[in-house]
Design a protein around this ligand. Structure first.
Ligand code: ZN
Length: 502
């Protein structure tokens, strides 16, 4: 099966109905690991953040991280799940070089949260409900680096290096129920779901959920069934997809690949697959194990987790406004369209605009600068808006200087340029660069007189009634004041001096 044999997306959807399942792993932002006191800080020397427990030494005993459990309950509640009154950890047994214990401490038939949903909004504003099967607690594995080969994969490598700093970092795995009925929009639903989940996790403050850092990764399960059928087809599982765009592409590719296999009379293997960023394709991984292959059994070294109902209700009361609800509220407050709000969201500008308004700017100005000049500069620099060297407070100050008439838009852009270049706060840049609208009527009057004297022919035309010719004189004055005059006021002055009605 090669890429060229894919059937077209439209053709695939004409015959088949996609069924998806999404499994998202989120690394929690706790200070210490899930079952020991080792630090979770990123970037340390390999194997410097380990202890007998997370290295699986004989005789070591795990202890549950309370903040990890609290985060899991918060995520469960935000996903409208039921929270287990009593649940246990389980050992998931398999040999893997980056699991020193030879089992992963996870949860099996007793997840901490189950039966919920997440409403996601598609690009056209339609809301699609994704049902949640469960959210359970587990731990991350270590990290292998394969050395000596061309590709960095184990194949062709001469040896492998193991770093156990990540082994034992708390993970929450969130599993959807089968997602049906999305049809041709299945890839869009997958992307929107992961995006919404990421916003939710960030809003809860339980993880930064940065996909590019591997703090959140998605497995995309996909199968096709003939339209009108009720029995699901065999699924493939594309592992560790780590960007929103890739989630959408992986689902799309698998729909086309499954359709090609099924239409030619072939059989889909239940297997894991690798996603390739370069061309958006997937390739075969390993034949998927069934749950019974893991010989799950209850973890004997950990006490069960029994969150009291009072504590669960206390946590429920601390939940922030859900991201989708907040977005809709802001959209109404700011008076923008669905489409504009989507652009603001895609640009990562929502929180920046909120902070700029909190610092005193009006909504329209805050939006204008972040989505205009600053978005353009971020784009040029190939960076995120949030990474620009300007704070919402500084943007608010620029807005204030424009509102009071000290700056026009052109000068404000230069002030922003100065702030981004590290020249200081907006007021400092204004002083250092001498950027202030010339509002001194005396100085403006002189500049206007000079322009009239230097362009006598134009002035005569205006006196004769050709008011449109005033543009040339306005241009001359703006040039003489290096753009630091209020163009509308200059025009008024010119007409006044020439004795013409505007
Ligand atoms: Zn440890």
């Amino acid at each position: 099966m090669t890429v060229t044999e894919l059937v077209s997306y439209e053709e695939a959807l004409a015959t088949y109905e996609p069924v998806m399942g999404l499994e998202v792993h989120v690394e929690l932002g706790t200070k210490t690991k899930m079952f020991c006191g080792c630090s979770t800080e990123l970037g340390a020397e390999p194997n410097s953040q380990t202890c007998p427990t997370c290295l699986g030494m004989p005789g070591s005993l795990p202890v549950v991280n309370a903040v990890g459990v609290e985060s899991a309950v918060k995520i469960g509640l935000a996903l409208h799940c039921e929270i287990a009154e009593w649940c246990r950890f389980a050992r998931k047994n398999y040999f893997y070089p980056d699991m020193p214990k030879n089992f992963q401490t996870s949860q099996y038939d007793e997840p901490i949260a189950f039966n919920g949903y997440l409403d996601v909004q598609l690009e056209d504003g339609e809301v699609f409900r994704v049902e949640i099967e469960r959210a359970h607690m587990e731990e991350d594995t270590g990290k292998s680096t394969h050395v000596g080969g061309a590709t960095g994969r184990i194949h062709g490598a001469s040896h492998s290096l193991l770093d156990y700093n990540r082994a034992g970092i708390p993970l929450i795995e969130i599993v959807t129920k089968p997602i049906t009925g999305a049809g041709e929009r299945a890839p869009e639903v997958a992307k929107a779901y992961v995006a919404e989940l990421r916003e939710l996790i960030k809003a809860l403050g339980v993880s930064e959920a940065r996909m590019e850092m591997g703090q959140m990764r998605c497995d995309v399960n996909l199968s096709l069934m003939p339209k009108g059928a009720e029995k699901f087809g065999t699924r493939s599982e594309t592992k560790n997809v780590n960007s929103l765009r890739s989630v959408e592409r992986a689902a799309r590719f698998e729909i086309q690949r499954h359709a090609a296999v099924l239409s030619s009379g072939g059989t889909i293997l239940q297997e894991t697959r690798h996603f390739h960023e370069e061309d958006g394709s997937t390739t075969s991984g390993r034949i998927k194990e069934e749950a019974e292959d893991y010989r799950y059994f209850p973890e004997p070294d950990l006490v069960p987790v029994a969150p009291s109902r009072e504590w669960v209700e206390e946590l429920r009361a601390t939940l922030p406004e859900l991201p989708r609800v907040r977005r809709n509220r802001l959209r109404e407050e700011w008076g923008v369209s669905e489409h504009d709000m989507q652009s603001i969201l895609n640009a990562g500008a929502v929180d920046l605009i909120v902070a700029t308004i909190e610092a005193g700017a009006d909504a329209a100005s805050a939006r204008k600068w972040w989505m205009g000049e600053l978005a353009r500069r971020a784009n040029e620099a190939g960076t995120d808006l949030a990474a620009l060297e300007i704070t919402p407070g500084q943007v608010a100050r620029v807005c204030a200087l424009v509102a009071e008439g000290s700056l026009n838009d052109k000068l404000a852009r230069q002030v922003i340029e100065g702030v981004l270049a590290g020249e200081g706060d907006p007021d400092e840049v204004v002083d250092k660069r001498g950027l202030k609208v010339v509002s001194d009527e005396g100085a403006l009057g002189t500049a206007v007189d000079e322009a009239i004297a230097a362009n006598a022919a134009v002035a005569d035309k205006i006196r004769a009634g050709k008011v449109a010719a005033a543009g040339a004189l306005v241009g001359a004055v703006m040039k003489a004041t290096r753009g630091q005059a209020d163009a509308a006021r200059v025009r008024e002055l010119i007409l006044e001096k020439l004795g013409v009605e505007g």
